[in-house]
Design a protein around this ligand. Sequence first.
Ligand code: 5AD
Ligand code: FES
Length: 329
Amino acid sequence: MPLTKGEIAALLKDEEHQQTLFDKADLVRKQYVGDEVHLRGLIEFSNICRNNCLYCGIRRGNAKACRYRMSEEEIIETARRAANLGFKTIVMQSGEDMYYDTNRMCRIIEAIKKFDVAVTLSIGERTYAEYKAFRTAGADRYLMRIETTDKELYHKLDPDMSWQHRYECLLAIKELGYELGSGIMVGLPEQSVESIAEDLLFLKDLGVDMAGIGPFIPHPETPLAKEKGGTLNLALRTMAVMRLLLPDINIPATTAMESLAPDGRLQALKAGANVVMPNVTDREYCKLYELYPNKICMNDTPAHCKSCIGLKILSIGRTIGSGQGGHQY
Ligand code: 5AD
Ligand code: FES
């Protein structure tokens, strides 16, 4: 649906009629991508990061974070267990940790591909040659949020990073034939509704296959500890408008939404979302991968989470995706 920046901003601001927006996004979701909810098994394999983003709990400046790196064998074993649980996509996420160089990453990707799953990488900014090597090794999809398209805000929040460079990475990933996932946080300090409207138009122009939208949640051990953070409702409205703009893409009910309300993901699934990414990381590591506080499911096994979210999905009249659930045209 073509919407102007002004129209988008008006929808984002309109708390009173948000249910109408959610219902519309839900209908569009049903028409374009159906009732299946695709599950992705998320492995958070290292919380070591070379960056120092002000909002992020695993920023390199957080000396209180207890750092870990999973070995190749541990990562592959975690993926094997997730595949055995029935996950058809494995998402490998980490901080920007260069210990996982081209060869190491390629070996892991090749091993996981043997489990007959789609492999999604979420490991940040790398060189074109690395993106190409990972793709050749079998990686199917790549997730990297642009976070915000307000360049001034971006450079304030992500010191020593370049918005332009991140954008060029996204273009390279797309050109190499990955399915591209990107997205934003809402409720960042100084972020206006107009700026979020521009973010949504940016994601539309980029032609993303997946868009993840989550509320910013202040982490106590970061410089933004005292900020307000985003609300669930604004995040849901943003996600719903994304569904109207790009009707057939994959949109996750993000974990950060569930951190703000116990049924946050179900609310999202009823307002345009069609994907959920349960965490399959060993809980000893999962607890240490703390981007924001109140992370969910930390005392529940991956098998428990899979059945828990599965039952919730069925309870709202939806079904669990039977295939890899890529972006279909
Ligand atoms: N609150 C919410 N989301 C966050 N992320 C990082 N830090 C936070 C936070 N404090 C998101 C970023 C990143 C993704 C992996 O997690 O959008 O891209
Ligand atoms: Fe983890 Fe419900 S999804 S306990």
